[in-house]
Design a protein around this ligand. Structure first.
Ligand SMILES: [Zn+2]
Ligand SMILES: [Zn+2]
Length: 527
């Protein structure tokens, strides 16, 4: 059984993991690279394996960095089924066509330039139509049921507590020789995620493939999240400007609505303040949230049942559906909260709201989500005083505020706590979905606390699990590999691993010394 890392390796985005068993080949997630241009360029590359060779795909959740390349996979000949939770299928139904629109829009813009420069025209990665077509291949599954997807391959989707419908994937692969159980965390949520249930505790696995977005960071106390939001609103409104909140259309927007509902319910929100959801996607996602009440946690259900009202609906909430309605908001100043997407300010209506507000000292921009390296959101958050929006340089004079506790990702402590529930049969952890520093720090902590190997794969790395089983020294070798990643050293380490296998298979007192000498000789010749 082979596990290959085709994305989210030494970086957060582009989750794409391939599993080859004796009888099938399948992927967990098929996401888009996001953030800096160099990463985004990868989305235009050919897949490293033929799309038609994949039998099926399992999706952890509906974020574009986990599902965004499914339409391309289908376009390139993937004919299998795409398995995911019911809510993930619903969300993908709006997010993927939207992503197709964005691809078409971006390429149109580039092609206008290319035409003028006499350069060849580009093709979008996929179109909105491609995305709609690929949805036919989706088959949603119930949570918490063990389901056989192929001979010898079973999965169970568990709550990941990250966004609506997000799953941890438990995967059992039975091969002739032995059985492996892998657990893919997908993106793991916090214990206090509003609306949805907490991540499921899992106790057994051979290997865990774990996200590490906040592997080096601790979130501030979450109990104060709502109070912090209230303080930001009060201050922003007292300055007389607008409060602009870039928020992911899925989950973060609804988390904000949930907290705003509660502030309002407690009489802590001035009813004069107008709240706008200005993102067609966020509006569609909010509808999907309203449908899947079975995924709500006890607190959210209590509001539904006791108050006989919906925890995502306030009287002062307005939806701006059309572009005209969105542009009309530019004419108003003050007493207004605009929640808009995209969450990292890379696309969508948030850009014109920032352009219209961020140069005003009376305005406030509130970040409530992760801002990847290289994005407009990260630049603003990092304190850039001048940013480019729609090709124009805009001064940053607004108050820039960040509430970190809205994170939909477990922090360092959350990740370690979740891992602590595993029994001692855990053989190793692969860290994915994190920037290098996060992964290195979390990796060290896991190694020292759990005394198990931690692997931090580079893009394209492959691991044959049967071979890892009886090579305890791989842990140490991988450690060296992590620090010295150049090709020559990789070849050297591969050779050492091979020698280790020869040594293990041939060890007898009589030839022990001879083998050791040969190893030393080879080592010297390579130094
Ligand atoms: Zn996610
Ligand atoms: Zn993710």
């Amino acid at each position: 059984m082979k596990l290959s890392f085709l994305g989210a390796a030494r970086t957060v985005t582009g989750s794409f993991f391939l599993i080859d068993t004796e009888s099938s080949r399948f992927a967990v997630d098929c996401g888009m690279f996001q953030g800096p241009r160099a990463l985004q360029e990868r989305n235009f590359n050919d897949f490293p394996i033929g799309a038609e060779t994949i039998d099926f795909v399992i999706l952890t959740h509906a974020h574009i960095d986990h599902i965004g390349m499914v339409p391309k996979l289908c376009k390139h000949g993937f004919k299998g089924k795409v398995y995911c939770s019911h809510a993930t299928e619903d969300l993908a139904g709006v997010l993927l066509p939207d992503s197709g629109h964005i691809q078409e829009f971006e390429i149109d813009r580039k092609n206008r330039k290319n035409k003028r420069a006499g350069k060849p025209l580009l093709e979008p990665i996929y179109t909105a139509d491609d995305a709609v077509q690929c949805l036919d291949q989706f088959r949603s599954l119930n949570m918490d049921e063990i389901i056989e997807l192929a001979p010898g391959v079973k999965i169970r989707l568990r709550n990941a507590g990250h966004i609506l419908g997000a799953c941890i994937v438990e995967l059992w692969v039975q091969e002739k020789e032995e059985q492996f159980k892998l657990v893919f965390t997908g993106d793991l949520g916090t214990q206090d995620q509003p609306i949805i249930k907490n991540p499921t505790i899992i106790e057994n696995a051979d290997y865990v493939i774990m996200e590490s977005t906040y592997g080096s960071r601790l979130h501030p106390e979450t109990s104060s999240r709502k109070e912090e939001l209230k303080k930001v609103i009060d201050r922003a409104m007292s300055k007389g400007g607008n409060l602009i909140i870039p928020a992911f259309a899925v989950e973060r927007t609804q988390d904000l609505l949930y907290d705003l509902y509660q502030l309002n319910d407690e009489g802590q929100l001035n009813p004069e303040i107008e709240i706008y959801i200005d993102s067609p996607l966020a509006i569609a996602a909010t509808r999907i949230f309203q449908k899947h009440v079975d995924l709500y946690d006890d607190d959210a259900r209590k509001i539904l049942e006791d108050d006989n009202s919906h925890p995502l609906m306030l009287d002062q909430l307005k939806f701006s559906h059309t572009h005209l309605e969105s542009m009309a908001l530019n004419c108003k100043l003050g007493n207004m909260i605009i929640i808009s997407a995209s969450g990292m300010c890379e696309a969508g209506r948030i850009k014109h709201h920032l352009k219209n507000n961020i140069w005003r000292p009376e305005a406030t921009v509130l970040f409530v989500g992760y801002q990847a390296k290289g994005t407009l959101g990260r630049k603003i958050l990092d304190g850039d005083k001048l940013v480019t929006i729609h090709g124009e340089k805009i001064a940053v004079n607004a108050d820039i505020v960040n509430i970190e506790s809205y994170s939909a990702h477990a922090d360092q402590q959350g990740l370690l706590d979740w891992l602590r529930h595993f029994k001692s049969d855990l053989r190793g952890v692969f860290l994915v979905h994190g920037e290098e520093e996060s992964q290195d720090i979390l990796g060290e902590l896991i190694q020292s606390e759990f005394n198990i190997p931690v692997y931090i794969p580079e893009l394209g790395d492959e691991f044959v699990l049967e071979e890892m089983k009886s090579t305890p020294r791989i842990h140490h070798l991988m450690d060296i590999r992590k620090d010295q990643a150049n090709r020559a050293e990789k070849a050297y380490l591969d050779l050492l691993l091979k020698l280790h296998d020869i040594y293990r298979d041939n060890i007898k007192d009589s030839n022990y010394v001879e083998i050791l000498r040969t190893v030393e000789k080879i080592q010297k010749s390579l130094e």
